[in-house]
Design a protein around this ligand. Structure first.
Ligand SMILES: [Zn+2]
Length: 670
């Protein structure tokens, strides 16, 4: 174990604009399941930062809207702000303080929801991009890009709002503009001084059309070939899940253009540009390497360092190991020991082992983030793995506030408390049902449609199956005895062990759905069969029970912990390792045959037939040849000879057991 280093995940930080919705729920759940699983398996501490992206105009717009006395009840409901908080906020004379108050309100609301979701976030790492400490980091980042020659001047025709007197970025995020009518995203571009592909208006000025204007601007040069090539090289070693996005991503990196990053200060939240005191850094340019800042914000929040300590030299030393610590400490107005401690603290939280983001971040945020990592940081900061979450729709439609069809997490938590409660478990355990549903219902690479009744039905039955497998094995274990293992004991023991292997493999692949099918469907069904046998053995049930509780933990942390206390109070939850001595493959096949009957026979013959058929298709064998049929167990070999394949008459088949194979093998006899 690497002492001190932590397993780190990051989920795209939220833009505060009202209540958290099911899309946030999916991203946070996927991240947390990976975090809990890997921390358990690797026996590491974990780190999961909590932050908000408040750059741009959104919060200023909310504050403006809150002043509208006429429609106040709807507005308060829409943004989820209590009247008292609104009055307090508007009584503050300074806009920055108003923004800060709004951020604090959303921080506490989101924290409550995230806690109920059972997400292991490090809440003391909180920062928001309107805060000074983070803005210093953003300025440092841009200076580093400039040092590498990656800040360039561009003159080009740009989308423009006359009321803001400012350029607007148009992308599928719709972070700065709103679309008017249908947009053909593939065709959005500026041509002959006109905007093609769709009509847009300013997000800040409703009804104000986005036009085109020629502007000279500072831009981050995402088109720089040398850095692009470095990104492409680093991407080769990065796992992208679902893997189908990896190829897109390489293409996206190669086709990025220089992106202007400055906006007028007026009416915008963000860091002041290090190159122009009248400009602010826009939203897509301050969110590229924010995930490495959580270590620093944690130190600030815990008062281990002060905002004044955050000099460029401090960042150079902590992130890039540049400079002499004595000099850096002196120039940053801090003790050398505190500086060294700060560096260690930050380094323990790097790299972000898994970065989780939504599909909508693939085209813009992710390539910018990878580019900035490659340009500013050492190679080992590059994420080893990115996970892209799917879309959730409702009745086939995209969820949106204006349609009023958004599924909010606080409503869903209330629903699960009422409808998915399980006898003997707490209300927090019933909140695990949302995690269960999001992990079990659909594969990660497919979008899915939300339906409350579906959620209740699927999560209730799945959680009940799982909990009852633990309760039944735990209860019957009490009166069970040890003794010589018969073939049924050996069958079940083997199943217990090999499903541990399968679940581990699926969790490694981030396929929580297949892992949960093994855990809550296959293992539970097998247990029910095992308990019909004459005398289930204590030792076998103990192993099953502990594995069942432990392997449920990443998805169902509260359920698992409560059942652990009830059934194995003297043991800790650890990720199981398989015991080869408890695998008995002859008895396993015999047991499977007994419980699955004709289905087992159909499967084994079908497997052999398809292998022979495939070899004939490839002309590797022809009728009349002699074949060797190698099976992992003698049981399979004997059974196959008895059952006879349709090919039995066409080939001369020699059946043999060969333990070195994990599945049935067919070879041409020479
Ligand atoms: Zn505008």
């Amino acid at each position: 174990m690497d002492s001190g280093s932590k397993f780190v995940v990051n989920v795209a930080y939220t833009t505060p604009s009202g209540r958290m919705h099911i899309g946030h729920g999916l991203g946070h759940t996927v991240s947390d399941v990976i975090l809990r699983y890997e921390a358990l398996k690797q026996e590491k501490d974990s780190f999961f930062g909590f932050g908000m992206h408040s750059t741009g105009k959104d919060l200023i717009k909310i504050i403006e809207t809150l002043k509208d006395e006429d429609n106040l009840p709807q507005i308060l409901k829409r943004y989820n702000i209590p009247q008292k908080k609104r009055d307090e906020l508007l009584s503050l004379p300074d806009l920055e303080d108003q923004v800060d108050t709004l951020v604090q309100e959303y921080e506490s609301q989101y924290k409550e929801v995230i806690k109920k979701m059972g997400i292991a976030m490090d809440f003391d790492s909180f920062f928001s991009t309107n805060q000074e400490a983070n803005q210093k980091y953003t300025q440092w980042t841009l200076k580093k890009l400039n040092d590498s020659g990656l800040i360039v001047e561009t003159e080009s025709e740009r989308p423009y709002c006359a009321k803001c007197d400012d350029i607007k970025h148009i992308d599928i995020d719709l972070s700065e503009v709103s679309s008017v009518g249908q947009v053909k995203w593939d065709e959005v571009r500026i041509q002959d001084g006109e905007l093609q592909g769709g009509k847009f208006e300013c997000r800040l000025h409703s009804g104000e059309p986005i036009t085109v204007k020629k502007r000279k601007e500072r831009a981050i040069n995402y088109a720089d070939e040398e850095t692009q090539n470095k990104v492409l090289k680093l991407i080769k070693n990065m796992k992208v899940r679902p893997n189908k996005y990896k190829e897109n991503l390489e293409e996206i990196v190669k086709t990025r253009l220089p992106k202007p990053f400055e906006r007028n200060s007026e009416g915008n939240i963000g860091a002041t540009s290090p190159f122009d005191p009248d400009k602010k850094v826009e939203a897509l340019s301050d969110s590229n390497i924010y995930m490495e800042f959580y270590g620093i914000s944690q130190l600030i929040n815990n008062q281990d360092i002060k905002i004044d300590n955050l000099t460029d030299e401090f960042f150079d030393y902590v992130y890039l190991n540049k400079g002499n610590p004595a000099d850096v400490a002196k120039n940053s107005n801090m003790e050398e020991t505190d500086l060294i401690k700060a560096k260690k603290h930050v380094q323990e939280r790097i790299p972000v082992d898994v970065s989780v983001l939504g599909f909508e971040h693939l085209g813009v945020h992710l390539p910018f983030s990878l580019f900035t990592h490659a340009a500013v940081f050492p190679d080992n900061y590059f994420f080893p793995e990115c996970v892209v979450t799917s879309h959730i729709t409702k009745k086939g439609e995209k969820m949106s506030k204006s349609k009023g069809n958004v599924v909010y997490l606080d409503d869903l938590l209330d629903l699960s408390e009422k409808e998915v409660s399980i006898k003997g478990l707490s209300k927090e355990a019933s909140y695990d049902s949302i995690r269960f549903f999001l992990s079990y219902y659909q594969s990660m690479d497919q979008d899915f449609d939300w339906d409350d009744s579906n959620f209740i039905r699927v999560s209730l039955s799945g959680m009940k199956r799982h909990v009852s497998s633990i309760r039944r094995s735990g209860d019957i274990k009490q009166s069970a005895r040890d003794g010589d293992l018969n073939y049924i004991d050996k069958w079940f023991s083997t199943l217990d062990q090999i499903t541990v292997d399968k679940i581990t493999e699926k969790m490694d692949e981030r396929d929580s759905r297949k892992a949960l099918v093994e855990l809550t469907d296959i293992r539970t069904k097998a247990l029910n069969n095992y308990l019909t046998s004459e005398s289930p053995k204590k030792e076998i049930l103990s192993s099953f029970l502990k594995n069942q509780i432990s392997m449920g933990y990443p998805v169902l942390p509260r359920v698992s912990e409560e059942l652990r206390k009830e059934y194995i109070p003297n043991e800790q939850i650890t990720w199981p390792k398989t015991n080869e001595e408890m695998k008995f493959f002859e008895e396993y096949e015999r047991g499977e045959h007994e419980f699955k009957g004709k289905d087992y026979e159909k499967n084994i013959v079908g497997d052999l037939n398809s292998k022979i058929g495939r070899m004939m298709g490839k002309k590797e064998i022809k009728p009349g040849d002699s074949l060797e049929i190698l099976t992992p167990t003698q049981y399979q070999s004997t059974l196959l000879q008895k059952l006879k394949s349709p090919f039995s008459g066409k080939f001369d088949m020699d059946f043999q057991q060969n333990q070195t194979y994990e599945e049935i093998m067919v070879r041409k006899k020479l």
